[in-house]
Design a protein around this ligand. Sequence first.
Ligand code: GRF
Length: 226
Amino acid sequence: MPTPGPAGGAGYRAGPPVRQTSSVPARVLVLVSGAGSTLQALLDAAADPAYGVEVVGVGADRDGIEGLRRAERAGVPTFVCALRQHQDRGAWDAALTERCAVVAPDLVVSAGFMKLVGPAFLARFGGHFVNSHPALLPSFPGMHGPRDALAYGVKVSGCTLFLADGGVDTGPVVAQRAVPVEDDDDESALHERIKVAEREMLVDAVGRMLRAGYRVTGRKVTILRE
Ligand code: GRF
């Protein structure tokens, strides 16, 4: 990881592109809490050397989830760092940071990781940590993006990839995709349709970020041209 640049805002750092184009694949660590279909999309993309990314580790905040099994089937090392195994949130945050740091990732991807990381994690990975959210931020942040969008009655929702900071889904936007809301959608139908777009968005944006690099200017994230 390059030396971070000057402070760019709360909880993340502006700086040089994360990585210049290289023949060595970029190292991505993925954090999961559930089914891991988003992780699977990254694993599938990374199977093609032209994608330029290797998933070098998968971390979770709980055991027994399909996300971990997907990683194991792909031969990717995993770890579990559960909140309840630590004295408090600060200790958990420090332990998670350490578990991730030993993998030396160029980018950490939160793909359905249902925990907010803390100051230690952001000090180490801020600006190099992306999260995917199933709504068009800044609308409908939090745990229930699809449910909240339906309850509001919007006709278009979607997904957002952003550089995670200390807030709830508040960091600078990297990419977004719009998804229409259908009249007969329930929460699950809408979320599943959003997840299809989310997987495409994540694979596309993460690949370009790591192959070409990206710049953060205030809240504006620019992926450089390949
Ligand atoms: C995604 O919609 C993600 O944004 C949300 O949880 C879903 C993850 O699904 N927070 P999966 O575990 O990758 O299948």
